[in-house]
Ligand binder design. Structure first.
Ligand code: FAD
Length: 497
């Protein structure tokens, strides 16, 4: 691991062995893991560059058990990290050696499907795709579709405010969740929202969505379901220049078209995906765009014609429309498999996630390729172009001394570039451990202080996922990127290294 986790818990703690004894009083034997061979599978999430064996792993099956675990941990000041499917790419579910990893894997039931109200109530461990599969026979689906949807949990999606190909048109997780239940660190069960579109009081539901396990443990979620569109069709456009593809994205949106998905891949990503799934991609192209439209038959036909003309006018060297659903799925298969495809051509890769205003796509992509040359590390780009949500994949070899550190530095530079053009350091993967230093670039110390105040209101002793997502001001000072406002450095008493 490149940086030690800061320990934010200060009071004397119960040794984990004694905590385990107390947990065993109400957890079945198989629901508490403490031997190294049982703990190893939990040592990292999707950001495998960071690893840490958890102190204990608890696998509760009921809300009451979650409440009891949290009450005990709170009383004895033991840190708790919630874990969904562990597919997160920012180290958000990285365990702590001195704490409990609380897995929601056994919360895997769909509790209610209400087709009239178009809602479903699900437990947090339910896989994203399983929701759409369960309601497909009723002509419904759950819209946010992260590429990891076959594996990731809806609880993890809420905690990360996950996005996906279809979020350009249908919104992120935050726009598709109506209510949830969570357990506070003191074991209290709290309900936010419900089955209706609005609820009285402050919008704590939005606050919770994307809170990365820092405020409470989510134990139930009410999601919106949408009717499946009559037809969906995708257009693939090839470009001999990345900037032209970037301008084409801006032109589509500027024309008032809202595609169901608008994705871009650059040449290294195209080649890797083609080699892996044989999607029929033009491997000589410098960039391809996949633009999907959905709706009624007439809407789709009209939109596809308009998009084809636009892409041709923007200099596409080839514009291909999927003839049937099989071809549409084949075109998407390359995009959906792009991450594992890149994993085949490099010993390791580091997936970045930043968002920029769409109009800067072309310049930012150009700058990323300059940085890639400067650092001598190849970068493959595959991303949600319509949302301006970049996913540069930095290819590296962890076995080469210093290469991971250079990769992290390059990743940091890319995120800072996103901030420079008015964007953000996260699009959908969260901050976790990975981007915690760049939070010091994105936010000033007054803003970070407010974030800590919110955290403290829910979790006064900082026991839920400590050391993630929101950096301490000391950390920012050490990172050397504390904001200077009006020529005055905040907290001048802090030592700078
Ligand atoms: C190949 C691949 C493709 C991906 N594509 C996308 C994509 O297109 N879009 C996208 O958004 N993401 C994508 N991801 C990232 C990841 O799948 C998402 O962030 C997902 O939402 C994580 O869900 P999870 O169940 O795996 O959560 P985990 O990794 O287990 O946890 C993620 C965070 O949520 C917290 N958490 C989990 N469950 C709970 C709970 N019940 N209560 C409170 N906190 C909780 C954890 O503490 C952690 O901070 C991809 C990942 C991979 C490996």
């Amino acid at each position: 691991m490149s940086q030690p986790l800061p320990s934010d818990t200060t009071s004397a703690r119960l040794p984990l062995r004694e905590l385990a004894q107390q947990l065993r009083r109400f957890l079945p034997h198989a629901a508490l893991l403490d031997t190294p061979e049982d703990l190893h599978p939990y040592e990292c999430d999707g950001l495998s560059a960071y690893r840490q064996l958890p102190g204990l792993v608890a696998l509760p099956e009921t809300i009451e058990q979650v409440q009891q675990i949290l009450r005990l941990c709170s009383a004895h000041r033991v840190p708790v990290v919630a874990r969904g499917a562990g597919t997160g790419l920012s180290g958000g579910a990285l365990p702590r050696a001195d704490g409990v990893l609380l897995s929601l894997a056994k919360f895997n039931r769909i509790l209610e499907i209400d087709p009239l109200n178009r809602t479903a109530i699900v437990q947090p461990g339910v896989r994203n795709l399983a929701i759409s599969e369960a309601v497909a026979s009723q002509g419904l689906y759950y819209a946010p579709d992260p590429s990891s949807q076959i594996a990731c949990s809806i609880g993890g999606n809420v905690a990360e405010n996950a996005g996906g190909v279809h979020c350009l048109k249908y919104g992120l997780t935050v726009h598709n969740v109506l209510g949830l239940k969570f357990v506070t660190i003191d074991g209290e069960l709290v309900t936010l929202g419900g089955k209706t579109l609005d609820s009285p009081g402050y919008d704590l539901l939005a606050l919770f969505t994307g809170s990365e396990g820092l405020l409470g443990v989510i134990v139930e979620i009410t999601v919106k379901l949408l009717p499946k569109p009559e037809r969906a069709q995708v257009v693939l456009a090839a470009f001999d220049d990345l900037e032209k593809a970037g301008h084409a994205v801006a032109a589509i949106i500027a024309a008032g078209i809202i595609p169901a998905g608008l994705e871009m891949m650059d040449n290294p990503a195209i080649r890797a995906a083609e080699d892996y799934v044989h999607a029929g991609y033009p491997v000589e192209a410098q960039a391809i765009l996949l633009c999907e439209l959905d709706g009624t038959n007439e809407e789709v036909s009209e939109g596809i014609a308009q998009v084809r003309t636009l892409l041709t006018n923007q200099g596409a060297t080839e514009v291909r429309t999927a003839k049937d659903d099989a071809e549409r799925l084949r075109m998407w298969a390359g995009r959906k498999a792009a991450f594992p495809a890149v994993g085949r051509i490099s010993p390791d890769y580091y997936c970045m996630d930043g968002t920029i205003p769409r109009k800067h796509l072309a310049t930012v992509l150009k700058r990323i390729s300059e940085l890639s040359r400067e650092y001598g590390l190849q970068v493959a780009n595959v991303f949600h172009a319509g949302d301006g949500n970049l996913h540069p994949l930095i290819l590296y070899d962890a076995n080469k001394p210093g290469e991971l550190e250079r990769t992290e530095e390059l990743g940091g530079k890319i995120l800072e570039l996103c901030v420079e053009v008015g964007g953000t350091i996260t699009g959908e993967h969260g901050v976790g451990m990975e981007k915690i230093n760049q939070m010091c670039v994105q936010f000033n110390s007054a803003e970070l202080t407010q974030f800590h105040a919110i955290k403290t209101a829910f979790d006064p002793h900082g026991l839920l996922n400590p050391g993630k997502a929101v950096p301490t001001l000391h950390r920012c000072a050490e990172f050397g990127r504390m904001h200077v406002h009006g020529g005055k450095l905040a907290f001048p008493e802090l030592e700078r290294f």
